[in-house]
Design a protein around this ligand. Structure first.
Ligand SMILES: Cc1cc2nc3c(=O)[nH]c(=O)nc-3n(C[C@H](O)[C@H](O)[C@H](O)COP(=O)(O)OP(=O)(O)OC[C@H]3O[C@@H](n4cnc5c(N)ncnc54)[C@H](O)[C@@H]3O)c2cc1C
Length: 306
């Protein structure tokens, strides 16, 4: 791990904070589930310095903070978030190709990066077609399909630590495995990454998109797969299906009749409705198959905030 800059010492700029932090922003507007109450503070920093200002502000006020990408794998409580939600997708969107390297900022959309790569004759992200992620979210979640994950192309990832220090981790240091990374355990903000292009593997992106259309309820608000697939045996969706839970409703939330590992918001779902279905599915699968399903979706709670 390389330290790129030292601790930040510049005083916090109050003007910039007023411009980038909003109060009481509905998180339902920023998540694909379309649920979640207000964030006390919602920050969209425009530069690294402003991001550092936001961190310093949160620290000075004793506020918890969380990073949000495109919100396609996140479930916030109905009560909202008692702290600062930091979103980079508005301003950290630069994508650049130099020879066989891609450099992308965390706020760039994965789809935009894929499109740009194709224009330049690279197909390295084609396996990820249809994943509605930001680069930061994709790197934190190690987004992928059974045959391929984003981590395969990572050279290094740059993060901002709480004290304002910028660190660079090589692929090994990111500790990647199935939908897992070191970023889920550390209090770091991914600001960008570099990827190696020119991989040999090819995916038929049209066929992959068709597979999604056929098997996933992509028209309804959801957060993708709720649970990770267990290491052995049938996938989480199959286990939930075999437990007879397809189509089960709780308030406005429903276990998708198309793909049992998706919970969809049928219109007026609350986070509580979704959480109840999650708990129910977990319990039922355990009872039927003695398999303990692990969450893939990032469930945010105010309970364990400082
Ligand atoms: C219809 C649909 C289909 C999907 N299909 C797939 C699929 O095939 N494969 C797959 O892997 N996923 C899939 N997903 C889930 C989701 O798109 C991925 O997990 C994606 O990587 C999340 O990216 P995001 O930017 O939306 O992350 P968010 O939901 O915004 O965040 C997810 C997590 O990453 C953290 N995070 C986000 N940005 C940063 C950052 N800059 N620094 C540090 N941490 C950060 C957040 O704190 C949170 O814990 C699907 C979702 C939907 C709605």
């Amino acid at each position: 791990m390389i330290t790129l800059t030292q601790q930040f010492t510049k005083p916090i700029s109050k003007t910039s904070l007023q411009e980038v932090i909003r109060r009481d922003v509905a998180l339902s507007q920023h998540t694909s589930f379309k649920v979640g109450g207000p964030a006390d503070y919602f920050a969209s920093p425009r530069s690294l310095d402003e991001l550092r200002d936001v961190l310093a502000f949160a620290e000075a006020q004793g506020l918890s903070r969380i990073v949000l990408g495109n919100g396609t794998n996140s479930l916030f409580p109905d009560a909202g978030f008692r702290g600062v939600v930091i979103q980079l997708t508005r301003n950290f969107g630069t994508i650049r190709i130099d020879e066989d390297r891609l450099t992308a900022q965390a706020g760039a959309s994965l789809g935009a990066a894929m499109g740009y790569l194709r224009v330049k004759g690279f197909y390295d992200f084609d396996g990820l077609v249809g994943i509605p992620a930001s680069m930061g979210g994709a790197l934190a979640m190690n987004a992928g399909i059974p045959e391929f994950s984003i981590s395969e192309r990572v050279r290094h990832v740059t993060v901002l630590a709480k004290d304002g220090v910028l660190l660079r981790l090589n692929q090994e240091e990111c500790d990647y495995s199935y939908r897992r990374s070191i970023f889920q355990k550390r209090d770091w903000i991914i600001v960008g990454a570099e990827f190696q292009l020119g991989g040999e593997r090819r995916f038929d992106s049209e066929a992959l998109l068709q597979r999604r259309r056929d098997r996933q309820p992509i028209q309804s608000p959801s957060a993708g797969c709720i649970f990770k697939n267990p290491p052995n045996g049938p996938g989480a969706g199959k286990l939930i299906d075999l437990s007879g839970l397809k189509g089960l409703k709780c308030g406005g939330a429903m276990i998708s009749p198309l793909h049992a590992n998706f919970i969809v918001n049928t219109g007026e779902a609350s986070a509580q409705d979704i959480l109840q279905l999650i708990d129910f599915a977990k319990e039922r699968v355990y009872k039927e198959f003695s398999v303990e399903l692990q969450l893939e979706v990032a469930v945010v709670s105010n309970a364990n905030l400082r």
